[in-house]
Each structure stands twice: as C-alpha cells, then as structure tokens.
Design a protein around this ligand. Sequence first.
Ligand SMILES: [Cu+2]
Length: 108
Amino acid sequence: MNTRMQYLISIAIVGGLSTGALAGTQVIHQQGRAFSVESITVKKGEPITFLNDDSVPHNIMSASAGNEFNLGSQPPGSSTDVTFKQSGDATVICAIHPRMKMTVKVLD
Ligand SMILES: [Cu+2]
C-alpha cells in the first residue's frame, strides 16, 4: 500500500467517526450529582450514552418494566451506551444519589 492510499484511508476513518458523532448518539452527562436533562426522547433500539463526567462514581440503573438495566458503580470519566427495548416511559435513577432521576421516553 502506498503512502497516498494510507492517507486516504485515514481520512475516511476520521470522516466516518465525525459523521457518526453528528448523526448523534445522545449523551446524558452527570455533573454535580445531577443528570444533564430531566427527560430525553429516543427511538426504541437506539443507544443513549451515559457519561459520568462528574468527580464521584455513579450507579445508573432502571427498574422500569422491559427496560431494566444496572450499570453498576461507574468511576468518573467512564461512559456506557444503553439501548432501550420497550416503548413508553422509563425512569432512570442513580442508586447512589436518590435525587438523580430522569425519564427516557422510548418511541416505537
Ligand atoms: Cu450518582
């Protein structure tokens, strides 16, 4: 493979990544022991990224029927994608901080 070919391939990879970011997995931030939004709407099967950009660990989870998950304790700086399988409203909480609560509205 020549140098020009390698160059074009690296451009394609970077381009693909930025396009993906624009098309947009939605990101929920966790700062100051709070979610960045009170509610978010997502299509069934599309991931949401839960990013712990706080200075303390969080344990994001949901007990809503059909959308149960538990990410366990996540240290600052970690992020995890969650896909919601059941349409309707899912309540997402932090098991460590009772005041952290948000609603994910899942559309068919
Ligand atoms: Cu928390």
